[in-house]
Design a protein around this ligand. Sequence first.
Ligand code: N01
Length: 539
Amino acid sequence: MIHYDQIVVGGGFGGMTTLHKLREKGFNVHGFERGSDFGGVWHHNRYPGARVDSETPVYQLWLKEVLSDFIFTQRFPDWKELQKYFKYAGEKLKLYDYFTMNTEVTASHWNDKESLWYVSTQSNLNGVESKFTCNHLILCIGFAAKKTYPDLEGRGTFQGTSFHTADWPWDGIDVKGKKVAVIGTGASGVQVIQSISKEVGELVVFQRTPNLVLPMQSQEADISRQKERKEAYHQIFNDSIPSSFSGFEFEPDTRSGKDCTPEEIKEKFDDCWKNGGFRFWLGNFQDIMVDKSTNRAAWDYWKEKSSVRVKDPRKRKILVPDEPPHYIFTKRPCLETTYFESYNRENVDIVDINTNPITEVTENGLITKDGSCYEFDIIIYATGFDAITGGFYQMDLKGKNGITISEAWENGTYTYLGMSISQFPNLYFLYGPQGPTAFCNGPTCALIQGVWISELIDFTTKHGFKYNTPTIEAQNSWRKYIQDNANQTLLPYTRSWYMGANRDGNKPRECLLYVRGVGNYFKDINKESNMGYPNFVFV
Ligand code: N01
């Protein structure tokens, strides 16, 4: 059986960064990626209109070796440009030699006697199963590793074509003139809808919750500025982490909306709206997700801006209701360009499945509670993911004494620093539960967590320890810290994937994210390492 010092699972930003950092330290590290290439979610999410909501240049690997050549042509690159970028970065960093593609990690079991992880894999090409051992296991599986479908009667009986947005057929699908259903209006749904509405014959959108979408505004990348700043990127990025809230090049306004005059509020909102991207959310007043009056002012502004864009009063009421469906930003907004205008087309309709749920999938289409039968050629499930923790549950992951992750998290999610779990020695993860994750530019998280993990591994190895594991006490207080901070925000009021509450089932409702911002997170984790890891046991 082949042995590695470390195995990295996943070849997106997290896996590429971490493997690169471990290799720099001279370890014998190997990675497995279930897709056929690097990219993680950007390998799998290739539906029409898929493009990232985070801006370049910060949305790229923060590794100096790959910061000077690649020029992004789009401010918010689409999946094609991102796939090109990942290929470039994989080649430049010589990562292809260290990753096995098309390979799913099917099980990872800790062996107490040998202090090793036994990792089982299966090839997606020929089904061949293999086993490996390693000292340390790093899960870089992202927060969207497990797709979810609605639990609908007859879902398998549909005779047309149906698929999840994260499984868009590789050779594309011709929607021209077809009758198409989209179920779900999260980021994936919004992008698909605005993209295919012009091509399809008929489109019916089944919406549970209106998406409080934000304007992308300019899509042009500032290429000359990119070129000018290339050499300084590494410094710019590294200098900005310790004070940044979300890893972007803009910061929340340090004022509280509740202390501002209506004129000041309007001026701020206008500015955020005009400049686009996530500014209306993450560059807005610092109390936007905390104070109900500031939050309400943002909703009122959003509603005024959005409602004028939908002509049909019935459709408008579904898309832009009179009252907020939830506190704005307590669900993840997404960026749009022509989302509302799509509904002004005669071939596009919308059904509010909150009041009139889908009751059945038939051979020909869908039936809703009021008895309406809809016939389709294609049903697109834009129904999202068992986010953040789903990827852990779907792996056969066993720690000390054979404990499963479901057993370890039976009473809620417990981690230390959003990177390790106490009964799972030498196991680490990035961009997952109880880290900044959804409130952090992905590559920023990949860098700060990847570096931190590689240093802990280095420390463990250099001191001749077989393994490290955080104490249960440290884990309990980290969980409390996460929940206490989240409880000061408006997040717990809303059923969202941030709260593990976007799907049916018995996942505990709890905030799964670190809400104090990247800068504070950076300080918290570095406090632990600078003090010599006092909350870890080393054996
Ligand atoms: O998934 P979602 P997504 N019956 O969970 C609905 C990132 N991302 O793939 O809101 C009927 O957001 C559900 O309704 P509700 C980004 O972080 C980024 O769109 O739960 N409907 C919702 O409308 C994003 O947030 C980018 O009431 C059901 C939709 O399906 C995250 O990935 C692009 C249902 C799911 O929306 C996930 O986005 C794409 C059911 N049983 C994704 N279950 C960019 O950067 C769920 N829904 C651009």
